[in-house]
Design a protein around this ligand. Structure first.
Ligand SMILES: Nc1ncnc2c1ncn2[C@@H]1O[C@H](COP(=O)(O)OP(=O)(O)O)[C@@H](O)[C@H]1O
Ligand SMILES: [Mg+2]
Length: 370
């Protein structure tokens, strides 16, 4: 029996530094959604936070490299308790409604990947792709994530957490972490925004200032400079089975020093993706196991990319660096590429994710309310 067509809301853009990357990811996700099965409603979140209905979903947007938010697009609002019912506020017409069967949030960073949008989708009682409020929030906050991972016995790079009230001087941080070579980063960010290396008091002060620009909480870590950066995609299906993809490696070019914002997005030759990563099979399996454990420790659901540091100079040099619960999904992004390498093309990957969203929603709605 043919399945009924579904209307899928594609949420993209967002109020974060990763707004532009999200537009690229969304165009790629749109291409991977089967037009014979889905009607796509692209909803762009402007930099001011408004949700706007963007036309050209199935037709116009399909060939585009990046989804755009047209000037003057009508505002939309998901109704709490409305099972996906969405009001469209056209400027010159009476309000109308449309119903979304599921939502695919393609948003990276704060206000999208951190549980805020997920909370909104929960209140709207609509199935959505990806981690729920808890997994999204835990994965976004590097301080909370690392404490949960440490508690779960997973290896993380030693770190300190600073707030404006608990700031320490370089010397104290270096002593506490046992090294002069430090990394400073905002707790809640992404795309390497606000991340810097600091190996002197002067560099440390500048690094803290940059990081505090983006968050009231900052991590100082021991630097594992020279470590390889290995990534693993994790996927949970509708039945709750969690599996890990083949591994990939990020090789930032020497000119960038580390995997900085420019190396990620500005310089086309800033970094190389090596798929599969060249690691011995037993170590590869260990990393895949750690990726699944990390996913579970942080209450992730559906998908996450787990990023590792592998220090070849040390026997115990394997660390979980971070998770990304809505990882980059552009045509050249690691998450979908790793699944392709694992034999799962992007259209099938989207089927698994949407099926997971619908099954989870049905399970939650079957729970007793009192
Ligand atoms: N402790 C560290 N030692 C060495 N390099 C680091 C360390 N932490 C971060 N980096 C470098 O900075 C990049 C961005 O840091 P990351 O913690 O992954 O934040 P983001 O969420 O912005 O990607 C990493 O990919 C890596 O190249
Ligand atoms: Mg990272």
């Amino acid at each position: 029996m043919a399945q009924a067509r579904k209307t899928i809301g594609l949420l993209f853009g967002g109020r974060s530094a990763e707004h532009e990357v999200s537009k690229l990811s969304a165009a790629n996700v749109l291409r991977a959604l089967d037009p014979d099965r889905y009607d796509i409603v692209p909803i762009g979140i402007g930099r001011d936070g408004r949700w706007l209905l963007c036309d050209g979903g199935n037709g116009g947007g399909r060939g585009a490299r990046s989804l755009e938010i047209p000037e003057g697009a009508p505002q939309v609002a998901l109704l709490p308790g409305g099972s996906g019912e969405t009001i469209v506020l056209d400027r010159d017409r009476p309000p109308r409604t449309l119903r979304l069967d599921a939502v695919v949030p393609v948003l990276h960073g704060p206000n999208g990947e951190d549980g805020t949008v997920q909370g909104c989708l929960e209140l709207a009682n609509v199935p959505y792709v990806g981690s729920g409020v808890m997994g999204s929030a835990a994965g976004m906050d590097k301080d909370i994530a690392k404490r949960l991972l440490r508690d779960g016995g997973l290896p993380v790079v030693p770190f300190l957490t600073l707030t404006p009230r608990t700031r320490v001087a370089y010397r104290a941080a270096a002593e506490a972490l046992g090294t002069a070579d430090l990394f400073v980063k905002p707790a809640n960010m992404g795309s390497s925004v606000g991340v810097s290396r600091a190996a002197s008091a002067e560099e440390f002060d500048g690094a803290c200032e940059r990081a505090f620009r983006y968050d009231g909480k900052v991590l100082v870590e021991r630097s594992v400079t020279g470590a390889r950066e290995i990534e693993c995609s994790v996927l949970e299906d509708a039945a709750g089975e969690v599996r890990a993809s083949p591994l990939g490696e990020i090789v930032p070019s020497d000119s960038h020093g580390f995997y900085s914002y420019d190396a990620k997005y500005v310089d086309a030759d800033g970094a190389l993706l090596r798929i599969p990563a060249d690691v011995p099979p037993a170590l590869g399996r260990r990393i895949q196991e750690l990726a699944v454990q990390t996913f579970k420790a942080l209450a992730c659901e559906a998908l996450a990319r787990v990023d590792f540091f592998l220090d070849p100079k040390s026997d115990d040099g394997l660390f979980v660096n971070e998770v990304n619960t809505l990882p980059g999904f552009t045509a050249i992004s690691m998450y979908p590429k790793l699944w392709e390498a694992g034999g799962l093309p992007q259209d099938e990957l989207m089927e698994v994710l949407i099926a997971h969203a619908i099954a989870r929603h049905a399970r939650r709605n079957a729970l007793a309310l009192v």
